[in-house]
Design a binder for this molecule. Structure first.
Ligand code: F6R
Length: 598
């Protein structure tokens, strides 16, 4: 992961610091900048969030027209100042996103050549290698290329060199990188969202294209033709997001879901979805990670039930390494909020190599996954800043619901009247979500009681099992309470052994054909003295007597849209538990928003 940024512009430190603020979602355990000022490179770094770096910079008046910056998510070496980027060797300073797999061999070689290392990172070998080749009278371009040729792994680099001429270079292999030529300068960054208002036009470099940035010009090195740089509009340009009056981005994003769903129910994107020929498909495979994978699990239930299509779902990191079978006429859907998740991207490349039709379902429309898939559908969630995904999940579900209905229409599997009713159900989403959010105080009371426990079991059935899994994931991510989720029917096959008065169980309990079976599961929980919490239908409340703060009544709504509604109390439960426990909701430990390493 990690975020990198560079600028060649007047007062280059300003766009770099602004960019780092926008990139902090990629990692926030340390940050740093290098700036070319008065003919020398100055590097300043700090442990912890960007505010610590800004504090350090207050005492220094740093002016210069060439600057690089980095916000880190530790892979090699602890999160401390020494391991923070940029890494400098002589007059070469480097910011790196990715992993250099052969760094130990390279380090050994460099030590033999007389180099001394400060950090335990893989990245530090890069400035040392470049510096070594510069000392052998190579040009800057030759030195960078020679160094790069020895790296194994993935990288996006910003390289600042103070020499006969002062230059900023950018290059990538496998990791995301974007370049922009603005009116006031030239910029490079890990993603377009990091770039400010002066970056309306962007270019996504190819692997191993070495690019030199000047304030007035961007050049492809090695005699390549600059006409090869094809700029596109930066759709994310200058969209600076604030959390407004909310206590955290996550809270803001949870409450934003009403408007987002309103927009999705008004906008009729069905013509977009009809570009897919669902009629002749033999199979849909949906591949994703984390929360996006749980959206895929719900989608499977909808596609199967309403369109009678065979659907397989897979975790991207498993799919990419297990030689999956791609059939003729298969649609492989890749779900990713960021569009940059390394495992999902690798899975997409595998499916493409096996000639599957590929479709990206993303929030970031210029992302690598979006650019590489045959089709791309946007989820229209807007920038999601909170590390724990919330609004992207409900928007992913909303788009999947619409796609499933389009598939149902094309395959004529259900009656027209039922199809019409399912479409009408969708229109109930915004108001119903609003009603649930208005009752957030009830969830807060539940959180107060629940967050006293160190372990929690979540149960669901059918399309609500992934919602239970998502609820457990949200809770552990931001409150650090250990939570696991199971299909309720699985309880008796093992997890029931855990139940006692210290192991609470939270059940999502709707009124449907399986309610009586679920009631039996609930009885089994109560019989073992496990504290019981229910997010469920009124009918369940009539059968199971619980205290006010142990039952949250779901609004009476059609079953088809229940997954989208029932995740809302789950998100609130995680949010309030984390707040009560005093955790950093938006920047939970060890996590980053965009997972661009394996
Ligand atoms: C959980 C969360 C992660 C992501 C996962 C995939 O709150 O955000 O589990 O869902 O890392 O990320 P994307 O969707 O960007 O591919």
């Amino acid at each position: 992961m990690c975020g990198i940024i560079g600028a060649v512009a007047k007062s280059a430190i300003t766009p770099v610091l602004e960019g780092l603020a926008r990139l902090e979602y990629r990692g926030y355990d340390s940050s740093g900048i290098s700036i070319l000022a008065n003919n020398e490179i100055k590097t300043i770094k700090a442990q912890g969030t960007l505010s610590n770096l800004k504090q350090r910079l207050l005492s220094q008046a740093l002016e210069g027209d060439c600057c690089i910056g980095h916000t880190r998510w530790a892979t090699h070496g602890r999160a401390n100042v020494t391991n923070a980027h940029p890494h400098q060797c002589g007059q070469v300073s480097v910011v790196h996103n990715g992993i250099i797999e052969n760094y130990l061999q390279l380090k050994q070689k460099l030590i033999q050549w007389g180099h001394h290392f400060n950090s335990s990172t893989d990245s530090e070998v890069i400035p040392h290698l470049i510096n070594h080749y510069l000392s052998q009278q190579m040009t800057q371009e030759q030195a960078i290329k020679k160094a790069i040729a020895q790296l194994k792994g993935s990288y996006a680099l910003g390289v600042l060199i103070n020499g006969v001429s002062n230059n900023l270079y950018a290059i990538k292999q496998g990791s995301p990188l974007v370049i922009s030529q603005g009116n006031e300068g030239a910029y490079m960054a890990s993603d377009a969202m990091a770039l400010g208002a002066d970056s309306g036009k962007i270019y996504y470099p190819k692997d191993n294209e070495l690019i030199k940035l000047n304030s007035h010009e961007i050049t492809l090195c090695g005699g390549a033709n600059n006409n090869e740089i094809h700029y596109i509009n930066n759709k994310h340009c200058a969209k600076l997001v604030s959390k407004g009056t909310r206590s955290s981005f996550m809270e803001k994003e949870i409450f934003e879901q009403v408007d987002l769903l309103k927009r999705l129910s008004v906008n009729n994107h069905t013509s977009e979805y009809s570009t897919i020929n669902f009629k002749d498909l033999t199979k849909i495979t949906i591949i994703a990670c984390g929360t996006s994978y749980y959206a895929a699990s719900v989608a499977k239930a909808w596609f199967e039930k309403y369109a009678n299509i065979l659907v397989e779902i897979d975790i991207a990191s498993e799919y990419r390494y297990r030689s999956p079978i791609v059939t003729n006429n298969e649609l492989a859907i890749f779900v990713s909020q960021s569009g940059e998740t390394a495992d999902t991207l690798a899975a997409l490349r595998y499916a493409k190599s096996k000639k599957a039709q590929t479709l990206a379902l993303v929030n970031v429309v210029n992302s690598t996954i979006a650019r590489e898939a045959n089709f791309t559908f946007e989820i229209y969630a807007g920038p999601e800043i909170g590390v724990a995904s919330t609004k992207a999940f409900s928007c992913q579900l909303a788009i999947f619901y619409k796609m499933a209905l389009e598939a149902a229409k094309q395959r004529a599997f259900i009656e027209k009247a039922e199809l019409t009713q399912l479409a009408l159900n969708f229109a109930q989403l915004p108001d119903t979500i609003e009603k649930v959010l208005q009752r957030c105080a009830e969830i807060k009371s539940m959180a107060k009681k629940l967050c006293k426990y160190s372990n929690i079991l979540f149960l669901g059935r059918g399309a609500l099992t992934p919602i239970a899994q998502e609820g457990a994931l949200k809770l552990k991510e931001i409150s650090y309470i250990h939570a696991e989720a199971y299909a309720a029917g699985e309880l008796k096959h093992g997890p029931i052994a855990l139940l006692d008065e210290h192991m609470p169980v939270l059940v999502i309990a709707p009124k449907n054909a399986l309610t009586d079976k679920l009631l039996s599961n609930i009885q089994e929980v109560q019989a073992r003295n496990a504290p019981l919490f229910i997010i469920g239908d009124k009918y369940i409340r009539e059968h199971i007597h619980l205290q006010e703060d142990q039952f949250f009544e779901l609004p009476a709504i059609p079953e088809s849209i229940l997954p989208i509604i029932s995740v809302i109390p789950m998100q609130l439960l995680a949010l309030y538990s984390a707040q009560i426990l005093g955790k950093n909701v938006d920047q939970p430990r060890n996590l980053a928003k965009s997972v661009t390493v394996e």
